[in-house]
Write a protein that binds this ligand. Structure first.
Ligand code: FES
Length: 215
């Protein structure tokens, strides 16, 4: 990845308020979490105390708490509570590393790499989430297969195309070399049958990509 880029981390509906999940982009470990007011956050998945994954912890209101020693961080990433020292005024220098984060087109996106200046936030039309799939295949292989579909275009980490079941907007997440996640959305109003047919299409794509790698 060169320069700053928005990368999808999850379908928005898959991160419920008050929950967190661990994911990766090009081997960088990221926790994506949603506070109880519904705001999404993407941080380095590493507690600044002793490095425990924050995705193993708990969301408490607009804080996320580490599983190991319970340190709590506010939505700005600043440590606000150290349970072992309840009377300590926590130094403001103790903070978790945050990515720029936004929610658009039915997905949660992070600005990578860590610490880069915010760039223009993508504004995608409303979309209906279909499903996320993980493919054990390289990014170029997956991109080539997506580009085989009708009217396919890939801009940054977003692929748009027409499959046999309607138009799709797909967030492409490079997890690590040889592993890619696709976050698949379609237009509002799609029927339940159409959503199932798109799931089948995605499964066929996954099998074909993995078969090509195995060949
Ligand atoms: S490792 Fe997170 S609080 Fe200690």
């Amino acid at each position: 990845m060169t320069g700053t880029q928005w990368v999808p981390l999850a379908l928005a509906r898959d991160i419920a308020p008050g929950t967190s999940a661990g994911t990766m982009v090009e081997d960088a470990e990221i926790v994506v979490w949603r506070d109880t007011d519904g705001r999404a956050h993407a941080w380095e998945d590493r507690c600044p105390h002793r490095g425990m994954k924050l995705s193993f912890g708990f969301v408490r209101g607009d804080h996320i708490a580490c599983l190991y020693h319970g340190w709590e961080f506010d939505e700005g990433g600043i440590c606000r509570k150290i349970p072992a020292h309840p009377d300590l005024e926590v130094p403001g220098s103790i903070c978790a590393a945050r990515y720029g984060c936004t929610e658009t087109g039915g997905m949660i996106w992070a600005a990578l790499p860590l610490g880069t200046d915010p760039i223009e936030v993508p504004a995608l039309p409303d979309a209906v989430p279909v499903r996320s799939i993980t493919l054990e295949a390289g990014l170029i292989t997956v991109a080539d297969m997506l580009l085989n579909e009708e009217n396919a275009v890939i801009e940054g980490a977003l692929a748009t195309l027409d499959c046999a079941h309607g138009p799709l907007a797909i967030g492409v997440q490079p997890i690590r070399p040889g592993t890619v996640a696709l976050h698949i959305t379609t237009r509002p109003g799609a029927s339940a049958e159409t959503l199932l047919a798109i799931c089948d299409w995605a499964e066929t794509l996954r099998r074909a990509a993995e078969k090509e790698i195995a060949a």
